[in-house]
Design a protein around this ligand. Structure first.
Ligand SMILES: [Zn+2]
Length: 280
């Protein structure tokens, strides 16, 4: 019995010891995860720091997006001016833009086009952007380019021609001689390129009149259209020294739209439209 009692104490002691060790074990187990969490905190903090470090670049990006840089405006303005030239390259554009009208190639009286007004002058709607582009470019250089004439109906052609003939008759010309002389500068009805709506007569807005004389070539407006007309698809249709081909005296104010590509070719070659079309 005494031995049994001793054993019971011994067993109890062992159980207590086991319980204590088990408790200590679990306490240690609980501590380790806590330490691990603490150790994990440092990467988390560093992540936050990294995120904070990334914020300034993000702010930079957003500030770049918010600020409309000059480059963003530049393409827009370029697009406006380049859009017409892209249209110029289409075959459809080339076809209508290359119509030949002269004393040998008359134009049908019922030739119809859709016109629009620029500064009160009628032009073919298809060349309006090009005319406006030319005027806008001139303005940017303080050149006050204006329009004196554009589309002319048969009725207007008649009136202009008869007025010229009557003026010459008043100076002593016979009717036949007057008509011959008048046709050097004013198209006989039915042969006017202005009927196409693709021709414009330019002048200086500062002069406030349509006094179309050869001296226009020496004005800033005359020099401007000669130098820059082709950029917008225009040629000087009646160049100096080409009357035997075009049938008209030198008209430094008369521009004809032919499309940018052909305008560049003609301007570079120095040929007339008649010469260009003959070899095209
Ligand atoms: Zn003209």
């Amino acid at each position: 019995m005494k031995h049994f009692f001793k054993n019971k104490i011994f067993i109890s002691t062992i159980c207590l010891a086991i319980t204590s060790l088990t408790t200590l074990f679990f306490i240690n187990r609980q501590k380790q995860p806590k330490d691990t969490e603490n150790s994990n905190n440092s990467p988390d903090e560093s992540n936050e720091e990294e995120e904070n470090k990334e914020e300034p670049p993000e702010e930079k990006e957003s500030s770049q997006q918010e600020q409309p840089s000059p480059e963003e405006h530049k393409p827009e303005s370029q697009r406006e001016e380049q859009a017409p030239s892209q249209n110029n390259n289409s075959p459809q554009n080339q076809a209508w833009a290359l119509i030949l009208v002269n004393k040998q190639h008359g134009i049908s009286q019922d030739f119809g086009i859709q016109t629009t007004k620029i500064d009160g002058i009628d032009v073919d709607v298809r060349i309006a952007p090009h005319v406006l582009g030319l005027i806008k470019m001139a303005k940017s250089q303080d050149i006050n380019l204006g329009l004196c004439s554009g589309y002319r109906s048969i009725m207007t052609q008649n009136q202009l021609f008869q007025r010229e003939v009557d003026g010459l008759i008043a100076k002593g010309y016979s009717r036949s001689k007057a008509e011959e002389e008048a046709s050097r500068s004013v198209a006989p009805p039915g042969t006017s390129e202005h009927h196409t709506g693709l021709a414009i007569d330019c002048y200086s807005n500062s002069q406030k009149n349509c006094n179309l004389v050869e001296a226009f070539a020496n004005t800033s407006e005359g020099k401007f259209i000669k130098e820059n007309g082709s950029k917008f698809g225009f040629i000087l249709r009646y160049p100096k020294g080409k009357e035997h081909i075009t049938g008209y005296i030198y008209e430094p104010w008369h521009l004809r739209y032919v499309g940018e590509k052909v305008a560049e070719e003609i301007t570079k070659s120095g040929k007339t439209l008649e010469e260009h079309l003959a070899i095209a």
